[in-house]
Ligand binder design. Structure first.
Ligand SMILES: Nc1ncnc2c1ncn2[C@@H]1O[C@H](COP(=O)(O)OP(=O)(O)OP(=O)(O)O)[C@@H](O)[C@H]1O
Ligand SMILES: [Mg+2]
Length: 243
């Protein structure tokens, strides 16, 4: 469902090689987590996956559609929760959700059902008619999640989605990610919370200095080291080289 074919990204002509020859295929129906140290290239990878950044080299395909050649068709398949909240601060939460539903041409019946269900689930009903600029960080995150799911996307992409969420909201979001996958969709997300990656994901990729250094199920990553936790694997694989 998601395909990175020899994808690299260099920021500026002599800038840092943030992603280095990434080859990764994520089949449909998988809950796929990406972990890696700060600056490893996770956000850069996700921005190329969602068509916000153009790769310096290589191709990104969503459901077989080339992001560079057919960006509108490819983006239609994606719902994206970015790591920041550059929302339209003067819109109300409800105006924002209706705007996103318009963009994705979601019909009136489906949008109403979706908005009502998720505003209630994330306890945002009371704030729905307030301007987004009055929202807390977690409330903005919840609103972004609701908007990203409004067109029931086959591919849901989230960059560090649990940051700023209270425990109940984090629990709900993890549940929604699992449900979305179980309904046959693909979920691709980055996180620094290794327990979440370990418990939630069907498969995990570890990226370091722009390179994919490991990928597989928890069992495959352990590969013999039966008791190794993901934290220990992460520390071993991303060991800082001493000068
Ligand atoms: N807009 C940019 N211009 C230049 N360099 C950038 C830019 N964005 C990221 N980089 C560089 O690319 C590399 C990868 O950054 P990226 O944001 O993808 O990492 P990350 O894995 O998401 O890190 P974090 O865990 O801190 O979110 C870093 O060396 C970073 O300094
Ligand atoms: Mg990042």
């Amino acid at each position: 469902m998601i395909q990175f074919e020899h994808v690299s990204k260099r920021y500026g002509k002599a800038g840092v090689l943030a992603v280095d020859d990434l080859q990764l295929h994520v089949p449909g129906g998988r809950l796929f987590g990406m972990i890696g140290p700060n600056g490893a290239g996770k956000t850069t990878t996700i921005r190329m996956l969602t068509g916000i950044l153009t790769p310096t080299q290589g191709h990104v395909r969503i459901g077989g559609i080339d992001m560079a050649k057919s960006p509108v068709e490819a983006k239609r398949l994606i719902g994206f929760v970015p790591d920041g909240h550059d929302l339209y601060e003067r819109l109300t939460g409800m105006e924002y959700l209706r705007f996103i539903a318009d963009l994705y041409q979601v019909d009136a019946v489906r949008r109403k059902a979706h908005i009502e269900k998720y505003l209630s689930l994330f306890e945002l009903e009371d704030a729905a008619y307030n301007q987004i600029r009055s929202y807390s960080r977690g409330m903005k995150q919840k609103l972004t999640v609701i908007g990203a799911l409004i067109h029931n996307p086959p591919v849901w992409v989230l960059d560090e989605p649990l940051v700023g969420l209270d425990p109940r909201a984090a629990h709900l979001l993890k549940q929604e990610m699992r449900l979305h996958c179980d309904a046959g969709n693909t979920v691709f997300f980055s996180t620094h919370v290794l327990e979440v990656a370990e418990k939630l994901c069907d498969e995990i990729a570890i990226i370091d200095k722009g390179r994919l250094i490991a990928r597989g199920t928890m069992e495959e990553l352990r590969s013999g080291e039966k008791c190794a936790s993901l934290e220990q694997l992460f520390l071993d694989l991303t060991e800082v080289q001493q000068a």
